[in-house]
Design a protein around this ligand. Structure first.
Ligand code: TYC
Length: 98
């Protein structure tokens, strides 16, 4: 049959790049004010938003603090981890495909 190899799917494939959630994890030692500073400095939050998200992490154990392309997410994680290490805080920041 001459039609045997015609594709069934005709929608154009508009491939969007995968997005990554960047998450902050709670710990017992990082000062609350330091986490607020991280959220302001690296995630562009105002003080009120930053304090709210910090409290969510503190109470729930973790929270998504932003969603980015792979490259931007990696940069955020590296910036936060370096900043925390430089200040000798055990704060952990990770990324995960959405
Ligand atoms: N639990 C920490 C404290 O009581 C505060 C904290 C919040 C630490 C969020 C990490 O991602 C974090 N000092």
């Amino acid at each position: 049959d001459s039609d045997a190899s015609i594709a069934l799917e005709t929608r154009p494939k508009t491939k969007r790049p995968p997005l990554y959630k960047v998450m902050l994890l709670n710990d017992d030692y990082t000062p609350m004010e330091f986490v607020v500073l991280v959220l302001e400095r690296f995630f562009g939050m105002n003080h009120g938003q930053a304090f709210e998200i910090m409290l969510t992490v503190h109470k729930k154990g973790l929270a998504v603090v932003g969603v980015f392309s792979h490259e931007i997410a990696e940069t955020k994680v590296t910036q936060v981890m370096d900043f925390a290490r430089r200040h000798q805080h055990p704060l952990q920041c990770t990324m995960e495909k959405e």
